[in-house]
Structure formats: C-alpha cells, structure tokens
Design a protein around this ligand. Structure first.
Ligand code: PMP
Length: 481
C-alpha cells in the first residue's frame, strides 16, 4: 500500500505540491495509508482514532458505499446531460428530508461550488448584490467565497472586506459581543439578530436591497457555536424584509450529524430559501448539492442560462450519495449520533468540573466543542493549551483539531460510527492530558520541549526503534474519572 518511503513522500510533496496547501501536523505529518470505520492507519499499521473526519460520515471505506461506487463505475459514468436514474433518485431522497418549499436540486462537486452557485442564484433572483455573512465564517475556497468568508479575507494575505460584503457578529453566547453572563438566551438571540437588522437598514439607506444572508446553521468554523434558538428566526425576517434570501450552509453540519434532525437548520423554526450540502454526502467522494425553491430555480432558468457542470451529478457520484443516504437510514446513524453525542457531551461536562481550563462544553449529536480558557472569569482563549492537547492526543493516537477565531476550541466531528467506548477513550485520555497542563509554567515548558522534538522528520525518526505499538483495546470507562 505504501508506494514510497515516508521521507520520500515528504520530500516530493515539499517539492511538487503548492506550499500553501494545508497539511495536518506539518512539522511531522502523519502518513495515512488506509482507513476503516472510525480508525485511520499509518504506514506502520498503527491505528488512530479519527475525531476529525466529518467527511467519512458513515465510516471510512464503508462497504456499501464502496460497492455502490464500484458497481456504477463498471456500468456507466457520464455527465448529467444524459438521462440517468441515480440523479433523480438522489434528488428524491434529499428532498424527502427537507421542508416542502425546497423542491429543486442542482448537483455539483464540492461545498464551494454549491455556495458559489447559491450566491449566483440569489443575485439573479433578487437583483441585489449585498451579502451578509457572519464573523469567523468560512464558506469555501473560490474567490467569490473567500470574499464573504471573514475567516479568510481577514487573515494576513487576505484581500480584505469588499464593499458588497457585510459581517455580522458571530452569535456566540459564550465569548461573542453579547454574552450569557449578562443576558438570557432569548435576549442574546434578539441582540445578535438586531445587528443583522442594522446591517439591512444600512443597505436600505443606500437605496439598495440585500441579496442574501448566508450562515452555517451551527457554526463549526466559528468554534462549534450553536446560536440561540430565536436567532435565525429573527434574522430571516429582517433579511426577507430587506429583499434578501436566506442561505443555510449545511456543508459541515448536515446529513444527520446533529442527530435529532437531518439538517442543523431544522433545530430552529426556519425555512431557508437555499440549502447547500457537501462533505459527508459522498463519504469522501466529491459530490455536493444545492437545494432551492421552484421560484428561485425559475428565475435562474428565465435568464436563458444553460447550467452545465461536467462532473456535477454524474451517475457514480449520485450512486455513492444514494448509498450514503441509505446507510444513514439502515444503520440508524442519526439516532446513534444523538445517543453517543449526548454521552460524549455529558462526559466532557464532567471533565469540565475537574479542569478549570475547560471554559465551555457545547454541542449537539456528534458536533461537540470544548472551549479552552485561561480562567473561567476572563474566558480568555487558551490557544497554547489547545495546541498542546491536539499534539498530545495525536501522540496517544487520537486525532482531534482546534478551531475558532483563537484556535482554542477542541472540535469533535468524528465519523458517525463513533461509539461510546470511543468517547470513553477520548475523555479519559483528555483527562490525563489536562492534568499535565494544570500549571501554565509547566505548559510553557512542555510546549517548548515538544517543539524541539518536532524537528523536520528524519530517516532516523522512523527506524524500528521508534515504532509505536499498535493501539490496544481501551477497557476503562468514563466512570473511572
Ligand atoms: N462551507 C463550509 C461550512 C465548510 O466547512 C466548507 C469546507 N470546509 C465549505 C463550505 C467548502 O467546501 P469544499 O471544501 O467541499 O469546497
């Protein structure tokens, strides 16, 4: 399976691949050669528990999904200008999970393509240009989306904020502009929505209308934030009053990750005009979709445009998406996400009572975040601690990531086949690691020593002497905390 020694892969990647392309653990990257269910295996056969890959939604190398792809590939693959069944079957499945106003699908290849098309449809339908997006949000890598992704245009090397783009505060009750120490949940939803209303007002004062409001329904890039219940309800009214459409970006949080619903927007009493979906849809295969109303689809059609996307909605991608869909249903993965997610959340809450550096634990289903802080009163983000946790968890063969504007939120978004035993392992390992970081000075010293160990990978570092044992079955349970 390994075609090149790891050192050579690293050397070739450095030479041949764009240096700005992201790589996890860049100083000492993992070389993953295969994966199954919720585990990934490196070139030495060592397993890692995967809490990062929300894309491998129904489990890595899921046999039904692999079979569906192989079967369809050996039969037919072509662009969607030919009539075929898989695309309409897929559309039926998706639409069966959505409110009645959403009736029409456009199939594309990535979340970015879906969001770019969403902006295009919104501009055509409303005739307006101004977009409202949220602080810290990310909606994709295309130029049109970098322009509206505060998380990107705001970074060094970013292009800055364009005139047609308006950024509303992230409705984060824990560390946002308005916080739960001062306001009730309802007040918070109202206050954050007021900020959007103010933006709409400003746009109207320029004699313009709003084109669209776009937001993730649960804010993953913003640091696993769940907006107050009434937030989107209020915002959607303000945006619609200003002539705009409401776009729900479900690229990360859709397909049942939150357990109780298929789509995170269903957590609220709202009906978006456009929903975009991607990542988990193909379990690793590139397929994505935009769903909208008949009216909006007709506005696009009435321009005379002929939309064509070579790979979007091809039979293989749709067969794979159908298999993902069927697997979620057959294996009750939403129900499992809810049960295991609640267990993980409760366990993390127990952990938070022990470790003061866990300021907030939040989540729903298998969408969970731990907000690490320097102290509970100031809620100052503790990025160092998060860095340390991510690195040490990797050493313990558990893969987690940190996100949020200050990179201090430990994110869990594992494949949906993640079990309670996996949750026990994660929480007990975290408990051990957080004990190591009780004192700031100790943490600084530890980070320094880790950094000095993270010299670029050398051949010696991968001799058999350094070989880690395969993972052993974890037998403790959370009750032993
Ligand atoms: N929207 C959100 C919320 C995302 O997280 C991402 C990807 N991280 C995208 C859109 C873009 O999706 P893709 O990378 O498939 O283009």
């Amino acid at each position: 399976m390994e075609q090149l020694p790891k050192t050579q892969t690293i050397a070739l990647r450095e030479k041949l691949i764009g240096p700005s392309c992201q790589l996890f653990f860049r100083k000492d990257p993992l070389k993953i050669v295969r994966a199954k269910d919720q585990y990934m295996y490196d070139e030495r056969g060592d397993a890692y528990l995967d809490c990062i890959n929300n894309v491998a939604h129904v489990g890595h190398s899921n046999p039904s999904v692999v079979k569906a792809g192989c079967d369809q590939m050996s039969l037919l693959n072509t662009n969607n200008r030919f009539l075929h069944d898989e695309i309409v079957i897929c559309a039926q499945k998706i639409l069966s999970t959505l409110p009645d106003n959403l009736e029409v699908c456009f199939f594309v290849n990535s979340g970015s393509e879906a969001n770019d098309l969403a902006l295009r449809l919104a501009q055509i339908h409303t005739g307006n240009k101004d977009i409202i997006a949220l602080e810290h949000a990310y909606h994709g890598h295309l130029t049109s989306l970098i322009d509206i992704s505060h998380y990107k245009f705001n970074l060094p090397g970013g292009v800055g904020q364009k005139e047609h783009v308006h950024v509303a505060p992230c409705p984060d009750s824990y560390r946002g502009k308005y916080q739960d120490t001062q306001y009730s949940k309802d007040e918070l939803g109202y206050l954050y929505a007021e900020e959007v209303r103010q933006i709409c007002e400003n746009v109207k004062n320029k004699d313009q209308g709003v084109c669209a409001f776009i937001a993730e329904s649960f804010l993953s890039c913003g640091g696993q934030v769940i907006p107050p219940k009434n937030y989107f309800e209020e915002v959607y009214q303000h945006v619609r009053n200003a002539g705009g459409l409401c776009i729900a970006d479900e690229v990360q949080v859709g397909f049942g990750r939150i357990g109780r619903h298929w789509w995170a927007f269903q957590h609220y009493d709202i009906k978006p005009d456009i929903v975009t979906m991607g990542k988990p849809m193909g379990n690793g295969h590139p397929v994505a979709c935009l769903v909208t109303t008949r009216e909006i689809a007709d506005s696009f059609f009435n321009t005379g445009v002929e939309y064509f996307n070579t790979y979007g909605g091809n039979p293989v991608s749709c067969a794979i998406a159908n298999a993902v869909f069927d697997t979620i249903e057959r294996e009750n993965l939403r129900e499992k996400a809810l049960v295991v997610g609640e267990y993980l959340l409760d366990s993390c809450q127990m952990l938070a009572k022990k470790h003061k550096c866990i300021g907030d634990v939040r989540g729903c289903g298998l969408f969970v975040g731990l907000d690490l802080v320097e102290d509970a009163t100031s809620r100052k983000p503790n990025k160092k601690c998060a860095q340390y946790v991510v690195q040490r968890m990797r050493e313990e063969h558990i893969l987690v990531s940190a996100d949020g504007p200050e990179c201090n939120v430990i994110k869990f978004k594992p494949p949906m086949v993640f079990t309670k035993e996996n949750a026990d392992e994660v929480v007990l390992t975290l408990d051990r690691i957080l004990k190591e970081v009780r004192h700031k000075e100790q943490l600084d010293a530890k980070i320094k020593s880790l950094q000095s160990q993270q010299a670029p990978v050398t051949v010696e570092a991968h001799t058999s002497k350094d070989h880690r044992p395969r993972r052993t079955i974890f037998e403790q349970t959370i009750k032993s905390i």
